[in-house]
Design a protein around this ligand. Structure first.
Ligand code: NAD
Ligand code: DAU
Length: 327
């Protein structure tokens, strides 16, 4: 198995999980080690690690030639960054996926593409609607537009060239090893480092939180039993919870109730995401293990508390970048 982006948040959790669940599977990771990648995330893993760029055609070809399946996580993943410099999003998310698809086509290798619910745009706050696999694409940010583009490429390679592919679109993940630029770990590490948690706008936006382990267990089910050419939505059926409620929950769990600050909103901010994952549940029998966000957050807070050395060097830089943006 070739795992792209395996030193990032979800990819690293995935490699740990594969090695536990499928001990006979030989894993190779390709990762560029951008600011978001960290070799320490793979500590204790047996996987072979190749530091490299998925846009490097010769390197990708040499790795794909010897693999049975590609699980494609590598991406520029942060919306706020894409608003300040979209360029690496276009290069990695679109061109990188193209390079992988061409190598997969040449060597007839199955590719699973890890994508996001953001390709569908956003939903109205308070509406009962959810995204299904057939919701029309309407991405809002450079990040989500680049992911939507990559999804289209993957489907085109399946239809035009008969490439064996599956696609998954998942909602917002949280859990260990998530970069501290993202909402939940940013607030936890703000509190742990004596800073005030920061809420964009007034925090009305709704995200459909899922624990990273549940996302990756769903990917394993798709790899094992998913149908080629199919897309599967992944989401844990959270009841709608907005960012204000999440930050208040984190503050409560970390004993500083109500102590957070409102900062500049994100331009073009998507209002609400909600996933209908019934196809995955019905066809593959997947069920989330973390059904209670409070319990998942308690575990996640404990992980960041116990792993200060993992995040504290990056904290100052992340916060000064946000401060310069009024966030
Ligand atoms: P992340 O930013 O934590 O990790 C991305 C990894 O990709 C890093 O290790 C980075 O070094 C690597 N990478 C970046 N550019 C590369 C390149 N050109 N070549 C090789 N490696 C490169 O991201 P994440 O949150 O773990 O997301 C992983 C995937 O899951 C992405 O495709 C993302 O779109 C998707 N996704 C994320 C979420 C979420 O909530 N985080 C939800 C749904 C889908
Ligand atoms: O929905 C899936 C997507 O989830 C993935 O495709 C992306 O890779 C991932 O980054 C995530 O995107 P979001 O933009 O939803 O996640 P983020 O953690 O950046 O922000 C979550 C919400 O919290 C969003 O409404 C913005 C808000 N926010 C974020 C930060 C960093 C704050 O209020 N304060 C903050 O400090």
């Amino acid at each position: 198995m070739l795992v792209t982006g395996g030193a990032g948040f979800i990819g690293a959790n995935f490699v740990h999980l594969v090695e536990k669940q499928w001990p006979d599977c030989e894993v190779t990771v390709i990762d560029k080690l951008t600011y978001a990648g960290n070799r320490a995330n793979l500590a204790g893993c047996r996987a072979k690690f190749v530091e490299g760029d998925i846009t490097d055609t010769a390197l990708v070809d040499s790795l794909v030639k010897d693999t049975d399946v590609i699980v494609h996580f590598a991406a520029e993943s942060h919306n706020d960054n894409s608003l300040h410099d979209p360029s690496p999003f276009i290069t990695t998310n679109i061109m990188g996926t193209f390079v992988l698809l061409e190598a997969a086509r040449k060597h007839s290798v199955y590719l699973h593409h890890v994508s996001t619910d953001e390709v569908f745009g956003d939903l109205e706050i308070g509406a009962p609607t959810k995204f299904t696999e057939s919701t029309a694409y309407a991405p809002s940010s450079p990040y989500s537009a680049s992911k939507a583009s990559s999804d289209h490429l993957v489907r085109a390679w399946a239809r035009s060239f008969g490439l064996q592919v599956t696609v998954s679109n998942c909602s917002n993940n949280y859990g260990p090893y998530q970069h501290i630029e993202k909402f939940i770990p940013r607030q936890i590490t703000n509190i742990l480092s004596g800073r005030t948690p920061k809420l964009y706008g007034t925090g009305e936006q709704v995200r459909d939180w899922i624990h990273v382990e549940d996302h990756n267990l769903a990917v394993l089910e798709i790899l094992a039993r998913g149908r080629f050419g199919e897309t599967y939505n992944i989401g844990a059926d959270q009841k709608d919870i907005n960012n204000r409620e999440v930050i208040e929950l984190i503050c409560e769990l970390m004993d500083i109730p109500g102590q957070y600050e409102l900062v500049a909103d994100r331009p073009g901010h998507d209002q609400r995401y909600a996933m209908d994952a019934s196809k995955l549940r019905k066809e593959l029998g997947w069920r989330p293990r973390y059904t209670d966000l409070r319990a998942g957050l308690i575990d996640t807070i404990a992980w960041y508390r116990e792993n200060t050395a993992w995040w504290q060097d990056a904290k100052e830089k992340v916060e000064s970048t946000y401060a310069a943006q009024g966030q």
